[in-house]
Design a protein around this ligand. Structure first.
Ligand code: PLP
Length: 366
């Protein structure tokens, strides 16, 4: 059977037929038609954050991490000091990126099942005036927890330190509005809640800092300043653009606005997530996070406490039924993750829960 599986993963995810069809043409990278798509895409991205003229957006080739690396290398000065707020795997990855880019990095760690604590961050900033920037993961996809972006943004603004936000898995579903926040860089990618295909990221930069980024990046390919100035001057990407990914993302964003934008997208994901949570509860499977900390992006579930449980069997049976699960990312406890994002609705989530029920029966659990 050639039917595509439904991806219950936080990117790549299930896309609409309309988005897939947008990829059937070839485009010349320097041609006016493709430059027009790039310009419209950048304008649409700025519309999503309700930009009031304060921000610019710079698309970047590669997976999301390439854009995180581009943002850190370009925004953090060589003598800067990044404080990474850590409550999971993607936070640790941001700190690793910063170290590899040769930037002074400090990580402040919180338990994986709790949000970043704003008062602890405030105290750290007061204790260490050498910190120039804070790095925050908005939704830590490792567990699914949503960190307090607005509060951290207010704190950084008050303390006059820069803020770099990895909003990869939340962007488009949870609010990231320019009028509510202040950040130096906010990073997201094509293949998450905007429901495009993977292959490019984009970084919103505060225009007031852009001129300071000249000659700052230790990388050629990932230099946001060069990418930005080249794109502003020529309308083109600096190096070969992922043309099919770009046109698919633009087509996906048109559907995003047609659906009703951020609020409608979150409402659909929330409905998916509600069906998932209730269905799993019936099967006796509980989430890792406290109920009030759960998000509509991805839920980490505790594996059934049975010695008959085996993730590979669960994965294989559920895949046979047409759904792809996601392994857990925690070291202390055995978990698996289920994403609620992508071009799917409560209908697919009900079917997915049934597939999990079937797998548990096959493993003779309960
Ligand atoms: C998906 C994701 C990334 C990027 O991962 P890639 O595999 O490089 O696309 C970064 N941060 C978070 C929080 C993510 O969810």
């Amino acid at each position: 059977m050639s039917r595509d599986k439904i991806l219950l993963t936080p990117g790549p995810l299930t896309t609409t037929l309309r988005t897939k069809l947008a990829m059937l043409n070839d485009w010349g990278s320097w041609d006016a038609d493709f430059k027009e798509v790039t310009a419209k895409l950048r304008a649409a991205l700025l519309k999503i954050i309700k930009d009031n003229g304060e921000y610019a957006v710079v698309p970047m080739q590669g997976s999301g991490t390439f854009s995180v690396e581009a943002a850190i290398g370009s925004v953090l000065p060589q003598d800067g000091h990044l404080l990474v707020l850590d409550n999971g795997a993607y936070c640790k990855r941001m700190a690793l990126v910063s170290e590899k880019m040769g930037r002074k990095t400090t990580m402040i760690s919180f338990p994986e099942n709790e949000k970043v604590d704003v008062e602890t961050v405030r105290a750290q900033l007061e204790n260490d005036p050498s910190i120039t920037h804070v790095g925050l993961i908005h939704c830590e996809t490792g567990t699914g927890i949503l960190n307090p972006l607005k509060e951290i943004s207010d704190l950084c603004k008050a303390k006059n330190v820069g803020l770099i936000v990895d909003a990869m898995s939340s962007f488009g579903a949870y609010p990231t509005e320019a009028g509510e926040l202040q950040f130096d860089a906010l990073i997201a990618a094509s293949g998450k809640c905007l429901e495009g295909v993977p292959g490019m990221g984009f970084v919103f930069l505060r225009k007031a800092i852009i001129e300071d980024l000249k000659d700052n990046s230790p990388s050629v390919a990932l230099d946001l300043y060069d990418q930005y100035t080249y794109m502003e001057r020529t309308g083109q990407w600096r190096f070969t653009p992922p043309t099919h990914v770009v046109v698919a993302l633009y087509e996906a964003i048109l559907q995003y606005f047609e659906e009703g934008g951020q609020e409608a997208r979150l409402a659909r994901y929330q409905a998916n997530s509600d069906v998932l949570l209730a269905g799993m509860a019936e099967l006796g499977i509980k989430p890792f996070l406290k109920e009030e900390d759960l998000t509509a992006i991805i839920i980490t579930f505790l594996a059934p406490a049975s010695d008959k449980y085996d993730f590979t069997t669960l994965y294989d049976v559920v895949k046979e039924e047409g759904f792809m699960l996601y392994p857990g990312k925690l070291t202390e406890v055995e978990t698996f993750r289920v994403g609620s994002i992508g071009a799917i609705s409560a209908l697919e989530m009900r079917q997915a829960v049934n597939a999990v029920r079937f797998a548990l029966e096959k493993m003779n659990i309960q």
